[in-house]
Design a binder for this molecule. Structure first.
Ligand code: SF4
Length: 327
């Protein structure tokens, strides 16, 4: 990874929300990582762990509280209007819910054409139309779909329209915010395969946000595991599945069901079950945020926040026990 071109550099990023008198919700709390050109970085964690907020703050949809996000060396939160306009073309988002993220009053052609118009990417009407057909075909639909409305499509087809809309402005980078979790299991693999195919064809870079690790391993080059706004483990997909270190990652991996019911039943007794819900991210205490649910917690865990440390083999972990803090 060392020689790869860095597209995004996220440095000590914090995004806090004031949620009442003296109450601060730390959605993203001092997170640092890089996204390399051409890769898929998976970002996983239970709902409420800050992964969507992290994705949105990375592409400037939210202001930051502190830290820095650099896109090709440029500060995303300090761009001029002209730079921001260009940046918005380069980065796109595909949303979790294809039912509510597409305007029901617009035809598919107009949904896809909107970005083409805003960024003046077509010389004339004919070219605009040909571009719309091209993007429909790229996502597995066809020109007959162009003049229909979104309610005429299935969930999987709507997500394909959402992807075509994002592609139409010719972005370099896409945040895929749980793009398959609202879809039937039978459709999920089709959408993931489509995204993999499009990445190869168009040289795209993805941040793939998901709440479990099952699909992430098929699509990601590296995986970042988030817990309560902090990064607890970051490594290549292969290394994470072979050698998970953080107790939270181990629990997430252990929760992935095995498709064979017999093996799943045998495996059931070995599963690591997380105790309790994710604690509130409001006014969090000092120490490791996972301490209240961790079966390995020791004294220091309650007092001192573990830092993300390099344990070799492009593998970073934030845990006192895993990163050599305790001898
Ligand atoms: Fe568990 Fe302590 Fe590691 Fe946190 S730092 S994950 S509480 S062992």
């Amino acid at each position: 990874m060392e020689n790869k071109e860095v597209l995004f550099s996220i440095e000590h990023l914090k995004k806090y929300f004031n949620v009442g008198r003296d109450a601060v919700l730390k959605a993203v709390d001092d997170v640092s990582f890089e996204i390399y050109k051409g890769e898929t970085l998976g970002m996983v964690g239970e709902s409420g762990c800050g992964k969507t907020t992290c994705g949105r703050t990375t592409i400037g949809l939210y202001d930051k509280t502190d830290g820095k996000v650099l896109f090709k060396g440029k500060d995303v939160h300090a761009m001029t209007a002209k730079e921001k306009f260009e940046f918005k073309k380069n980065v796109q988002m595909v949303f979790q819910d294809p039912y509510s993220s597409l305007n029901p009053r617009m035809t598919v052609a107009d949904i896809i054409g909107e970005g083409i118009d805003i960024h003046k990417l077509a010389k004339n009407k004919e070219e605009r139309q040909q571009m719309i057909y091209k993007y429909l075909e790229l996502v597995g639909l066809n020109k007959e779909h162009a003049n229909r409305f979104v309610h005429e499509f299935s969930g999987g087809q709507r997500q394909r329209i959402g992807i075509a809309r994002a592609l139409a402005v010719q972005p370099e980078f896409m945040v895929l915010d749980e793009p398959i979790s609202a879809l039937d299991v039978s459709i999920q693999a089709q959408i993931v395969n489509l995204l993999i195919d499009l990445q190869k064809k168009m040289g795209l870079t993805y941040l793939f946000v998901a709440h479990d690790l099952s699909m992430v391993k098929h699509i990601s080059d590296r995986v970042a595991v988030l817990y309560l706004g902090t990064l607890v483990e970051l490594t290549t997909s292969e290394e994470l599945y072979k050698n998970p270190n953080h107790p939270y990652t181990k629990a997430l991996l252990s929760a992935i069901p095995i498709p064979d019911p017999k093996i799943e039943a045998q495996n059931d007794k070995n599963k690591i079950r997380l105790q309790g819900e994710v604690p509130s991210p409001i006014n969090t205490k000092a120490g490791c945020k996972f301490a209240g649910r961790c079966q390995y917690a020791i004294d220091i865990c309650e007092k001192q926040m573990p830092q993300l440390k390099d344990i070799g083999n492009n593998h970073f972990v934030a845990c006192h026990l895993c990163s050599g803090d305790i001898k």
